[in-house]
Design a protein. Structure first.
Length: 182
């Protein structure tokens, strides 16, 4: 199966999305792509001039091996490894090069997995209301209390690393509740 990925052919799952995916827009030129994107979302929020400028700026970076685009630098470095170059990492190419096939846009549906702090709390885990005053009898711990981003485990903490913050903030809130009911 790995050998079948070698070459320039569009992989079957990607081709299926291109042919049947309701959120995929496939066009042969940028103006038609932007028009199609706007038709798909039902408004004119995608501005052609902005998209054109961004694409042209990126295309210039593909032709400049000393360019400053960090994604292109990672791609170029990955291609220094033979196996990556052969089956996984395509050579950076201008988006607007007609020989490389149609342009593809994908409508993104924004969602969230984690709130990382929806409630403002004080150091005892009490939820703060308007004016920064504690709301009587309301406490929060864990992610809803905001220990995540930039807290106990730093800005880049993910997944299982939140357990320590849950335990720690739960302990603080629990002790504050016990003290309040005494």
């Amino acid at each position: 199966m790995t050998l079948s990925r070698a070459g320039k052919a569009v992989q079957a799952p990607v081709q299926a999305f291109m042919n049947q995916g309701g959120d995929f827009m496939v066009r042969n030129n940028l103006r038609d792509l932007v028009t199609g994107m706007n038709d798909l979302i039902g408004n004119d929020l995608v501005d052609y001039a902005t998209v054109e400028q961004e694409v042209q700026d990126r295309d210039l970076q593909t032709r400049n091996v000393a360019g400053k685009d960090p994604q292109l630098a990672v791609i170029r470095n990955a291609r220094n490894i033979l196996s990556e170059r052969l089956v996984r990492v395509a050579k950076p190419a201008p988006i607007l090069r007609p020989a490389d096939g149609p342009l593809i846009a994908v409508k993104l549906n924004i969602l969230t997995r984690k709130s990382l702090g929806g409630l403002e709390t004080d150091l005892q885990g009490r939820v703060l209301g308007q004016g920064g005053q504690p709301m009587p009898g309301l406490y929060a711990a864990g992610e809803v209390a905001g220990f995540g981003g930039g807290g106990l485990h730093g800005y880049r903490s993910l997944e299982g690393s939140f357990l320590g913050g849950c335990i720690f903030s739960g302990r603080i809130a629990g002790r504050a509740i016990a003290e309040a009911v005494r």
